[in-house]
Design a protein around this ligand. Structure first.
Ligand SMILES: Cc1cc2nc3c(=O)[nH]c(=O)nc-3n(C[C@H](O)[C@H](O)[C@H](O)COP(=O)(O)OP(=O)(O)OC[C@H]3O[C@@H](n4cnc5c(N)ncnc54)[C@H](O)[C@@H]3O)c2cc1C
Length: 419
């Protein structure tokens, strides 16, 4: 079996590594002709970490990432609402890593080049469409620099891992409308600064209406004086929709006033954003779940299959879980002489409803529901006792529900037999 993977992002490279280890030949075709440092921070939650550890990458991740130890929630006055341990500190068998997206991509790319061989990771190939018949799939490409058509590539199966603006998805669902805008803009940046709180805390403060801030460190000791590279994301409700490209530059003056008062004893948020190295702007967009991903020998994976709001740190994790199931199903089809078409349908039957639930949950009850509820119940005023505003049980229910929906409850992950 020869699998063509369109897109060498987090999902495509993970799929390449997993297929290769399962003895299935594959090639990854990536539109970019060089791989640049894109985006900022990302979290690898325990369920995704388990998969990447299975690929032998845990040490490489630990060497460059920050191992996150707690989630903390604060109101807009900097008062602590709730804190919970995460990753190993919460008793998971796998850590949670906060990492620069470029570091994660480099680890995956180096591993893919080492294991699959350089010639199987093909850059400068932008997929423009595919044709299929009973015996295989032909994928067409052009050169993104010139637009010139390149030699088409034939394989047994093709997987569209080509991200939010997927050409594969467009061909399978030509009538799907534009992405759905959630009425929220996100400004993201990184700042070099001393550690705050535990030095391994993922903190959320504020509220969506008046300005939410998510902050976590992604690189330790960047200058031999103990400073960290800290990733932050400011979310504000807004009627103006910006282009959804991860690298659109953002401007401090468009959002700073919402955070100017946030100078807390545990973190001076205003100073942190004033001193940012760079700022990017991104709209909160997703797409309604579609009713199929697989047609014959072609399927979708990752953001191409289930673009979701970047809330709850789950988009890349779900791409990694897709890759795991797809690999296992294709490997059994291969060993049992089954048809790849049936494996792609079985993959869709399990992963499409599971990820559709996450797309909907990210819209309605993401983890930051906690800070929004507190804002609503206090009318935005400081509270005297947090327990009078929201109980421990309600907090635990909201957080446990999100973990169960996204597949990383401790009970599910740590059970015997899960390696
Ligand atoms: C602001 C923000 C924060 C996020 N934070 C987190 C987080 O903390 N944790 C988490 O798990 N997820 C997070 N995500 C989501 C995560 O980044 C995505 O879900 C993940 O990158 C999806 O992986 P993918 O491989 O499907 O797509 P991508 O990583 O987008 O990769 C797609 C690849 O395909 C290539 N490509 C595109 N078109 C073509 C074409 N026509 N032909 C060939 N190649 C093509 C692209 O160049 C790219 O390399 C975040 C997303 C955003 C926007």
């Amino acid at each position: 079996m020869d699998v063509i993977i369109a897109g060498g992002g987090i999902g495509g490279l993970t799929l390449g590594l997993m297929l290769h280890r399962a003895g299935i030949a594959c090639r990854v075709f990536e539109a970019a002709s060089e791989l640049r440092e894109l985006g900022v921070g990302i979290n690898i939650l325990p369920h995704a970490c388990r998969m990447l550890s299975g690929l032998g990458l845990r040490e490489a991740l630990a060497a460059v990432a920050v191992e996150t130890r707690e989630n903390a929630f604060f109101n807009r006055h900097g008062q602590l609402i709730y804190t919970e341990p995460c990753g190993l500190a919460a008793g998971y068998d796998w850590p949670q890593f906060s990492i620069h997206r470029a570091d994660l991509h480099t680890i995956l790319l180096d591993a893919a080049r080492r294991e699959l061989g350089d010639d199987r990771i093909v850059l400068g190939h932008r997929c423009t469409g595919f044709d299929q018949d009973e015996t295989g799939v032909t994928v067409r490409f052009d050169d993104p620099a010139t637009g010139a058509a390149l030699e088409p590539v034939r394989g047994d199966v093709a997987v569209g891992c080509d991200g939010f603006h997927s050409v594969f998805r467009k061909q399978l669902h030509p009538d799907e409308g534009p992405a759905a805008y959630g009425g929220i803009n996100i400004w993201r940046g990184v700042t070099r600064m001393p550690p705050f709180l535990t030095g391994a805390t993922m903190a959320r403060a504020g509220s969506l209406k008046l300005g939410k801030m998510l902050v976590y460190p992604i690189r330790n000791d960047i200058d031999a004086t103990g400073n960290q590279l800290v990733n932050w994301a400011a979310e504000i409700e807004s009627d103006t929709r910006k282009p959804n490209d991860w690298n659109t530059p953002g401007r401090l003056e468009d959002f700073y006033d919402r955070y100017a008062h946030m100078r807390f004893d545990w973190l001076d948020i205003a100073a942190m954003i004033e001193r940012a190295d760079m700022i990017l702007e991104y709209p909160m967009v997703d797409r309604d779940p579609v009713d199929f991903w697989s047609v014959g020998r072609v399927t979708l994976m990752g953001d191409a299959a289930h673009p979701m709001y970047p809330r709850g740190s789950n988009g890349a994790a779900q791409a990694i879980l897709d890759a795991d199931l797809l690999t296992r199903l294709l490997a059994s089809a291969l060993s049992e002489g089954g048809e790849p078409e049936a494996a792609l349908k079985a993959y869709e039957a399990e992963r499409l409803p599971a990820t559709a639930r996450i797309v909907r949950t990210n819209r309605s009850v993401p983890p930051d529901t906690v800070i929004n509820l507190v804002e609503e119940r206090t009318g935005g005023e400081p509270f005297a006792r947090r327990e009078d505003v929201i109980s421990d049980e309600e907090l635990a229910r909201i957080n446990d529900n999100y973990k169960a929906v996204t597949g990383y409850s401790k009970e599910a992950l740590n059970r015997p037999g899960v390696a």
